[in-house]
Design a protein around this ligand. Structure first.
Ligand code: PLP
Length: 405
């Protein structure tokens, strides 16, 4: 535990941690179990194309989420792209800018205009009132993102979509094993999309899934993810290769066996951070609704630089100097990234809450690779930084001034 500002790396050059602490460090579950599954795959010489591990994972996901159809795919991004095609989105689609850029790319890639909509500063999710204001005759759909695994206002978004006859897709990349009013995410909208990328708390190395209770849409997603094949030598329509491979499914099955351990570690870390940081001036930990199922995979700080006497970027710089690689997700917002910045330069004007939140958020390392003592040290660094931050930040090496990019 650190006792004074002078212990900080920027003064001593001695990092607080002998290793780097990352956001989204993957857990690999039981190595023995994984290796046995991989041995089975190699013995069968059945490496992909709807193999037994993918089939089993499909069942596990559907059971866990209580959803009729779960289709494992090669990535969350590919799942988004297929969902966009399966829903026949075109023209304009409304989405938040406060998301990973893949949400926007999945639309722009298909020649759809992504119409960035502002968020509710409390929930960090799409503001349904703002969504309705952006609907034009060209609008065909809404993409909600359950940011940090905290559910969108699914009911109001569904009402807006129904009123205007729009498709409703959810990017649930963060929300695996989370619920909304007691119902598991994966059951809302027309389709929901998960990411099982290695940085997500449940992963298949690379992977993702589409879930739905609509049998017809599920069939369309299945066909599209396998080149449109409807039988041997028979192609029924446009498709792509979005299939999950067997080794990825084996990783997923192994982590499925261990899901509660992963959630427990995240929950413990979140609660510890929260109790240690609560009451610090200008620092808030974005809350999870603990009456719901949560995966607690992100510990999200909001830094109010007026009361913290330090900017979010200065705090990030101090943490990076200590080997704590906190991340500024999803700075600076999709609308400030290319090609969106050039193509839709007016978007920033209607996104005041997004612009402000992008400057406040900092995600801290969590997951099974971070323990209670490390969190105590990280919280200690943050405590010193927000109270004595201006002086410390002025001594940061130049390269750390915009850390966390
Ligand atoms: C991770 C992520 C994706 C992309 O998923 P991949 O599996 O990495 O392709 C999409 N949307 C959001 C919000 C994400 O965080």
């Amino acid at each position: 535990m650190k006792s004074s500002a002078d212990d900080l790396a920027v003064f001593t050059g001695i990092p607080a941690f002998g290793r780097q602490l990352h956001v989204g460090q993957p857990d690999v579950g039981s190595r023995g179990t994984l290796m046995r599954r991989i041995d089975g795959i190699l013995d069968r010489h059945w490496l992909t194309n709807d193999g037994p591990c993918v089939r089993e994972l499909e069942g596990r996901i559907a059971d866990l989420l209580g959803v009729r159809h779960a289709i494992p795919l090669s990535s969350g991004t590919c799942a988004l792209e297929i969902a966009v095609k399966a829903l026949e989105l075109r023209g304009e689609v409304i989405l938040p800018s406060m998301t990973f850029v893949a949400t926007a790319h999945a639309l722009e890639w298909h020649g759809i205009v992504p119409v960035f909509c502002d968020i509710d500063p409390e929930t960090h999710n799409l503001d349904p009132g703002r969504v309705e204001e952006l609907i034009t005759p060209r609008t065909t759909g809404i993409v909600g993102v359950h940011l940090w695994g905290r559910p969108c206002d699914v009911e109001r978004l569904a009402r807006v979509a129904a009123r205007h006859k729009l498709r409703l897709l959810f990017d649930a990349a963060h929300a695996f094993r989370c619920s909304c009013k007691g119902r598991m995410i994966g059951n809302f909208g027309d389709l929901e999309v998960f990411s099982f990328h290695a940085t997500k708390f449940f992963h298949t190395i690379e992977g993702g899934a589409v879930t739905t209770n609509d049998g017809e849409l599920a069939e369309r997603v299945r066909l599209m993810s396998n080149h449109g094949f409807v039988g041997y030598d028979a192609v029924g329509g446009l498709g792509i290769n979005g299939k999950m491979n067997e080794i990825s499914a084996a990783m997923g099955l192994t982590l499925c066996d261990d899901l509660e351990r992963l959630v427990a570690a995240n929950r413990r870390n979140y609660r510890q951070y929260k109790s240690l940081l609560e009451g610090l001036p200008g620092v808030a930990v974005a809350p999870y609704d603990e009456t719901e199922q949560c995966n607690y995979q992100y510990v999200v700080l909001e830094i109010d630089e007026r009361s913290a006497f330090i900017t979010r970027d200065q705090l990030a710089g101090i943490l990076w100097a200590e080997n704590v690689l906190a991340r500024r997700y999803f700075y600076p917002g999709c609308h400030r990234m290319q090609p969106y910045l050039s193509k839709y330069p007016d978007a920033a004007g209607r996104l005041p809450h997004t612009e402000s939140l992008c400057r406040r958020v900092l995600c801290l390392p969590t997951g099974t690779s971070v323990g209670p003592e490390e969190i105590e040290t990280i919280a200690g660094i943050i405590r010193i930084a927000v109270t004595d931050g201006r002086r410390l930040a002025s001594r940061l090496p130049e390269r750390l001034h915009s850390a966390g990019a």
